[in-house]
Design a protein around this ligand. Structure first.
Ligand SMILES: [Zn+2]
Length: 316
C-alpha cells in the first residue's frame, strides 16, 4: 500500500489522469461517510466517486467492475482501514492503481474487540457456517468515525492527502478543513451535553451490531449488540438469549435497528424482551440525500436525537 511518503508523487507520473484533459481531479472514497468528509474538505475542487453508497453495508460490500474502472482516473483514494474496507485494497491492486492512498484511521489507536477476522460463508442459508477458528480472537474495531474527535482527525488526514494530490488548491482545502473540524468539535460538545442530561444508570443501548464502541467510549454509553464488529458474523442463539435476559433484568428501553443489514434478529430480540424498537440508528452508512442522516454531522444529530429520549425510557 502506498503511504503518505508518496503523496507528493508528481501528477504527470500518474497514468490516465483526467487533469491532463483539464477536468477536476477525481477522488475515490470507499464508503458514504468518507465521501461526505472529502466533499466538505475539497468542495468543488475535485470530482468525488463514493464506492459503497448510502445505506450500503461496507463490511460485506462487493465492488463491481465499473467501480474498479473509476480508479483508472483517480488522483487519490481514501479508505477507512482497520479491516473495514479491505475490498478497496483488493480493488486497488486488481486495477493496477499506483497513485496515493490515504487511510483515514492512520494515527488512531484502535479499540480491540473479540471478533472473527475471517468469516467464510459457503452458499448462504442453511449451508452458511460459522467461521473455522476456535473461539473469538481480538480484532481492531474499525468504526472510529463514531467518535467526533476521530472524525476531526479523519478530516485533517484527508486535507493533507488532498493538498498533496491537488497542490494548486492546498490553501482552500486547508481553510475548509479547519472550518469543518471546528464545526465537528462544536458538535462533539453538543453531543456530550445531551448525553450528560441522561442519568448514568440509564445509558445502555442495544443495536444490531457492534458499531458504536467508539461512540460509547467517547460519550459514556454502554452499547450491547447480538452481532460483533463485523456484520459478516452471524449472531449466535445463545448470545441473543443472553441479551434478552439482560434487557429484561436491567430495564433497558433503548433498542434500535440500523440503516443496513437484516433487522430480523433485533426485532425478535425486542419482541421477546417486551420492549419497543425505538427507530433506526445510522452506523456505517449515511442515508440517501434528503433523508435524516444525509451527512456525517446530520448522522450524529439524528442518532443523539433518538438515543437520549429512548435511554430515558419515556413512551415509545
Ligand atoms: Zn459496522
Amino acid at each position: 500500500m502506498r503511504r503518505r511518503s508518496l503523496l507528493a508523487l508528481p501528477a504527470l507520473l500518474l497514468p490516465g489522469l483526467a487533469r491532463a484533459q483539464g477536468a477536476a481531479p477525481l477522488v475515490v472514497a470507499s464508503f458514504s461517510i468518507l465521501g461526505d468528509l472529502v466533499r466538505e474538505v475539497a468542495g468543488p475542487q475535485v470530482r468525488l466517486r463514493t464506492i459503497a453508497g448510502p445505506n450500503v453495508d461496507a463490511h460485506s460490500f462487493q465492488p463491481r467492475p465499473s467501480d474498479a474502472e473509476a480508479l483508472r482516473e483517480a488522483a487519490l483514494v481514501v479508505r477507512n482501514g482497520l479491516g473495514f474496507d479491505g475490498w478497496m485494497d483488493r480493488m486497488v491492486r486488481a486495477a493496477g492503481y499506483r497513485g496515493p492512498v490515504a487511510t483515514a484511521t492512520d494515527g488512531i489507536t484502535p479499540r480491540m474487540m473479540a471478533g472473527h477476522a475471517h468469516n467464510h460463508s459457503h452458499g448462504g442459508g442453511a449451508e452458511r457456517r460459522q467461521n473455522h477458528s476456535v473461539g473469538p480472537r481480538q480484532v481492531p474495531d474499525p468504526h472510529a468515525w463514531q467518535d467526533l474527535r476521530h472524525g476531526a482527525h479523519y478530516v485533517r488526514g484527508i486535507a493533507s492527502a488532498l493538498s498533496a494530490a491537488v497542490p494548486a488548491q492546498a490553501g482552500a482545502i486547508q481553510d475548509a478543513a479547519g472550518r469543518y473540524a471546528a464545526r465537528l468539535e462544536a458538535l462533539d460538545g453538543w453531543v456530550r451535553a445531551q448525553i450528560a442530561a441522561v442519568p448514568e444508570a440509564r445509558r445502555k443501548v442495544v443495536t444490531s451490531h457492534d458499531a458504536f464502541g467508539y461512540f460509547g467510549a467517547a460519550y459514556g454509553i454502554t452499547f450491547l449488540a447480538p452481532q460483533g464488529v463485523s456484520t459478516e458474523a452471524e449472531p449466535s442463539a445463545g448470545e441473543v438469549a443472553r441479551l434478552i435476559r439482560q434487557v429484561r433484568a436491567e430495564g433497558i428501553t433503548a433498542v434500535f435497528m440500523e440503516n443496513m443489514g437484516n433487522p430480523a434478529t433485533l426485532e425478535r430480540l425486542a419482541r421477546e424482551a417486551g420492549v419497543a424498537v425505538r427507530g433506526r440508528l445510522y452506523a456505517d452508512a449515511l442515508s440517501e440525500p434528503g433523508g435524516p442522516a444525509a451527512s456525517y454531522e446530520a448522522m450524529f444529530r439524528h442518532n443523539v436525537g433518538l438515543l437520549v429520549p429512548a435511554m430515558r425510557g419515556g413512551a415509545a
